[in-house]
Design a protein around this ligand. Structure first.
Ligand SMILES: [Fe+2]
Length: 243
C-alpha cells in the first residue's frame, strides 16, 4: 500500500496507525543532526544552499508522485525555475527545528529536507497580532517553496510549507484558490465549514474548496504540512473569515 493511498476526504486518526501513519518512530530533528536554530545558520556558499533547495524540491516531487490524491489535485509543475531569495527568519524556526513532529517512513525524507533548508528560507507570517495573537506568531511560520513568489518560480500552482507548534489555534480563514493540505509530520485537528472535524497524520490529506472557511488546532503535537493551491488568485494571501 502506498503512503498516500487514503481518500481525498481524509479519515479520522485511527487508534492504531493507519495506512499512512506507519513507521512513526518519535525521532527528532536533533537526533537526526538537523541544525540548531538557537545558533546562527550554517555558513554555506550559494552552491551548497542551492543544493539543499534542489534536494527539498526533489523530496516534495517524490512525495507528490507517491500520492494519487496529490497527483489528482494538480500535476507537478514542469516550469520550475530556482529564484535566489534572501533568508527571512521568524521566531518559529527554533521550535520547528526542536520539535518538527513525528514523520512516517515515507514522509521522513521530505521532513528532513525541509528542516535542512529552514535556516535559508524566506519565511512569512502573514497575519497580525490582533488576528492570531502574539504566541501564535512566535510559534508558527510558512514559506512558498514553489509558486509566483516562491523559491522556485511557477505560475501553475503554489506549493507552501506551513508549521504550527503544539497547542495553537489557527483561526478560520479562507482564500480563492482550492487547497490540498498534506501532512508531512505531526498531526492536528482540521476544521472546515460544513464538514466534520478530522485529525490528520503524516500522509493524510484535506481538501478545502474555493473560499471555504477552515481552521486548524494543534494539541499534543506540532504539525508540518505541504500545501498545494490551484485556481485563480495564487499570489493572494489568505484572509481571516468573517465570524
Ligand atoms: Fe488554507
Amino acid at each position: 500500500m502506498s503512503a498516500c493511498s487514503v481518500p481525498a476526504a481524509a479519515m479520522p486518526l485511527p487508534a492504531k496507525p493507519g495506512p499512512c501513519a506507519f513507521g512513526m518512530t518519535g525521532d527528532t530533528a536533533t537526533a537526526l543532526g538537523a541544525p540548531d536554530m538557537q545558533t546562527p545558520a550554517p555558513l554555506l556558499d550559494d552552491a551548497a544552499i542551492r543544493a539543499l533547495f534542489d534536494t527539498a524540491l526533489a523530496a516534495a516531487r517524490d512525495w507528490h508522485a507517491a500520492c494519487p490524491v496529490q497527483r489528482g489535485f494538480a500535476p507537478w509543475p514542469d516550469d520550475l525555475a530556482y529564484v535566489p531569495r534572501a533568508p527571512v527568519p521568524v521566531p518559529g524556526i527554533a521550535e520547528l527545528i526542536a520539535d518538527p513532529g513525528e514523520a512516517s517512513d515515507i514522509s521522513r525524507p521530505l521532513r528532513d529536507a525541509l528542516l535542512a533548508i529552514a535556516p535559508f528560507v524566506e519565511w512569512r507570517l502573514g497575519y497580525t497580532e490582533d488576528e492570531v495573537g502574539a504566541d501564535f506568531l512566535r510559534r508558527y511560520g510558512w514559506f512558498e517553496l514553489a509558486g509566483p513568489e516562491g523559491h522556485f518560480h511557477t505560475l501553475r500552482t503554489r506549493i507552501t510549507v506551513g508549521y504550527w507548534g503544539r497547542g495553537l489555534f489557527y483561526p478560520r480563514h479562507q482564500h480563492e484558490p482550492e487547497e490540498l493540505y498534506t501532512v508531512v509530520s505531526g498531526h492536528a485537528l482540521f476544521h472546515a465549514d460544513g464538514e466534520a472535524d478530522l485529525t490528520l497524520a503524516p500522509g493524510q490529506t484535506r481538501l478545502h474548496r474555493a473560499n471555504q472557511p477552515h481552521a486548524l488546532t494543534t494539541a499534543q503535537s506540532p504539525i508540518l504540512t505541504l500545501v498545494f493551491w490551484r485556481g485563480a488568485g495564487l499570489a493572494q494571501p489568505p484572509r481571516i473569515s468573517a465570524a
